[in-house]
Design a protein around this ligand. Sequence first.
Ligand code: SAM
Length: 262
Amino acid sequence: TSFGFKEVPEEEKSRMVGDVFSSVASKYDIMNDIMSVGLHRLWKDRLVSKLSPFPGMQHLDVAGGTGDIAFRVLEAIHSLERQRISGVAVDEDAEDETRVFICDINPAMLDVGRRRAIAKGLGEARSLIWMEGDAEALKFEDASMDGYTIAFGIRNVTHIEKALSEAYRVLRRGGRFLCLELSHVDIPGFRDLYDFYSFSVIPSVGEIVAGDRESYQYLVESIRKFPSQEKFATMIKEAGFEKVEYENLAGGVVAIHSGFKL
Ligand code: SAM
């Protein structure tokens, strides 16, 4: 049943992605830390700092099952509110209206996130809303969101164009799209090292730590197939976004793409 290096029919892809994440959900955090040597935390911090969350914001984090991005967005807003409390006026209405929606296709990943929210004392937080859903067909109104993030998720979506046009649809004018994704290293020497790491080290670590070599082989192959930084930026523009730009982190191991709906 190896699907690491084979072309896969589209209808099978969604199901397999679901299976992959069910099987890795429980080991998800530890694998992220090992594979990225802890860097995924800094990359996620960077994504959220670019978003500049604000009290009253309506934010949608897609493929956000673990809550990693949503918790950071909420924390950024809370820290702004703390500054305001110690400073001048606090707009309490705006605080109450903050909503961070977490949408993920996989209930097992949403469970990981919900459990982590409880552990963080955010179990009852009205501002966090967990929803099962597909990035390609979002259950949100047109122009209902101030921000849209997707971290390490769009690579797994079957039709990237559909996910991008859905992101565009749900954002209001002035809203920002931000995507953090494993991308392409274009630095000779470093690229060879990274290829060795991806194709040899990651599947072995997946086997040893998560007991699942195949899933991690699939993840590595999906990184390889994902469009280059430039090509992905073009796709974002084609979805209607403006001021599209990207930032490479760790030499292009990951990239943050950004665009505005103007
Ligand atoms: N954003 C989280 C993070 O950065 O830690 C989780 C990333 S995880 C690698 C990828 C997530 O994408 C999984 O939770 C998976 O269920 C979700 N996913 C895959 N295809 C999806 C789709 N079509 N719509 C929504 N979520 C999807």
